[in-house]
Ligand binder design. Structure first.
Ligand code: PLP
Length: 408
């Protein structure tokens, strides 16, 4: 008899964003001609940039000739891409070694897979509200413990990230081993400054914890005091893994590419107290569980680092940031309490009259044909809030704001 990994049964059967989809589809059945505008999804809508497309065309041509054909990628990724990443970090005064970089098929899988190289008994800290994958990965890997009546997992430390804390996660009072931080944060669009992050790095050094720093939205940072990388903070190389993605930076949600940085000086411990370099453990995992990201996609990612490539990608990011600022402005005009949207494509706002978020979701859908994401899907502390994203088209964003103007 084959046994199931029962930890998987503890997560919701439907991923939270699919629940939104299910409810939108139910509306569509009743209102087939409605012109729905989606401000809910975290997926990009603009096409790939010219430099990326050209580079991939060239790469596919190479693949069609016997002399230039490529098979498996090196498990860590091709040097041509790794070198560009290192150069970009250097230009930001962060010096990393080549072996620190692991090219990935995007951030989400690495967020989950990192759990495989970390001990089962680690205590995990997760901000609330936050990207749901951190909690689900913790549950599936059997680290979450049991579910209490208040819907919190017994072995997870929830870091309050509410309006009282300015939507910045609070440092835990107890000792935790692994801390997920997302900066700029999804869903709140809020950021941690250098001073904020320093407190986290100092905490991790003091408690021999590690920080899994999700920088999926780093390209959106416009505020001077918000670091582009956690390694700008002294000591961070000893305690932080940084995860980056080309998804929201360059429209790679469908292509799939990103990278994870694990500096060789970052140590984890055996139960006997012996040190082990996390980089080495990850290297073993990569070599045994993956065969890398395709050559064509890595060439596409490399093209982002050329002068033209950088400018095109910046235009893309500016497009979504402008959408976010249009949303932000209109919601403020409506007299709502609004967060994010400055260094993030996400705008987070308090529902009018404290309406529960799913109720407000239905109100937006049925009265204005708009789709947002109810804050509560990101954790209980997201209740009473809603997330809009700047990832729609400019036209769609403007029409959406016209629909709600002075009406919510
Ligand atoms: N991290 C955060 C905070 C996200 O919001 C997302 C996607 O929405 C991801 C990671 C996943 O990114 P990727 O497309 O690289 O898997």
């Amino acid at each position: 008899m084959a046994l199931a990994n029962e930890n998987y049964l503890k997560t919701p059967e439907i991923y939270c964003f699919d629940e939104v989809e299910k409810r939108v589809n139910a509306y569509k059945v009743l209102h087939p001609t409605a012109k729905i505008i989606r401000l809910g999804v975290g997926d990009v809508t603009r096409p790939l940039t010219n430099e990326v497309v050209q580079a991939m065309h060239l790469a596919i041509n190479e693949m069609s000739h016997v002399d230039t054909f490529r098979g498996y990628s090196p498990p860590q990724g091709y040097d041509f891409l790794i070198e560009k990443i290192l150069k970009e970090y250097r230009s930001n005064s962060v010096s990393l070694t080549k072996e620190s970089i692991f090219i990935s098929e995007g951030a989400k899988s690495d967020i989950g897979n990192l759990g495989h190289v970390l001990g089962r008994d680690n205590i995990i800290a997760i901000a609330e509200p936050v990207y749901p994958v951190y909690e689900n990965a913790t549950i599936m890997s059997g680290r979450a413990g049991f579910l209490n009546d208040d819907q919190k997992w017994s072995n997870v430390v929830y870091l309050r990230c509410s309006r009282e804390t300015g939507f910045k996660p609070e440092l835990p009072e107890e000792k935790v081993d692994i801390i997920y931080l997302c900066n700029p944060n999804n869903p709140t669009g809020t950021t941690l400054t250098k001073a904020d992050l320093k407190k986290w790095v100092d905490y991790a050094i003091e408690h021999e914890s590690i920080i899994i720093y999700d920088g999926a939205y780093n390209a959106y940072i416009t505020e001077e005091d918000v670091p582009k990388s956690i390694y700008e903070i002294k000591g961070a190389k000893k305690v932080a893994v940084e995860i980056r993605s080309y998804s929201k930076t360059a429209g790679f949600t469908g292509l799939r590419c990103g990278y994870t940085i694990i500096p060789p000086e970052l140590m984890v411990y055996t139960k006997m107290g012996e040190m082990a370099a996390l980089n080495k453990l990850w290297n073993r995992r990569k070599a045994n569980y993956t065969n890398g990201v395709s050559y064509v996609v890595q060439r596409g990612a490399e093209a982002i680092y050329s002068r033209k490539g950088k400018a095109e990608v910046q235009d893309l990011v500016n497009y979504y940031l402008t959408n976010a600022s249009i949303i932000r402005k209109e919601l403020l005009n409506c007299g709502l309490e609004v967060y994010g949207g400055k260094s993030s494509p996400y705008v987070w706002f308090r529902t009018p009259k404290d309406t529960p978020s799913w109720k407000f979701f239905h109100q937006l859908l049925y009265e204005f044909q708009l789709v947002g994401t109810p804050g509560v899907v990101f954790g209980q502390l997201g209740e009473g809030f809603m997330r809009f994203t700047g990832f729609s088209s400019r036209e769609g964003t403007q029409i959406a704001m016209e629909r709600i103007k002075n009406k919510i």
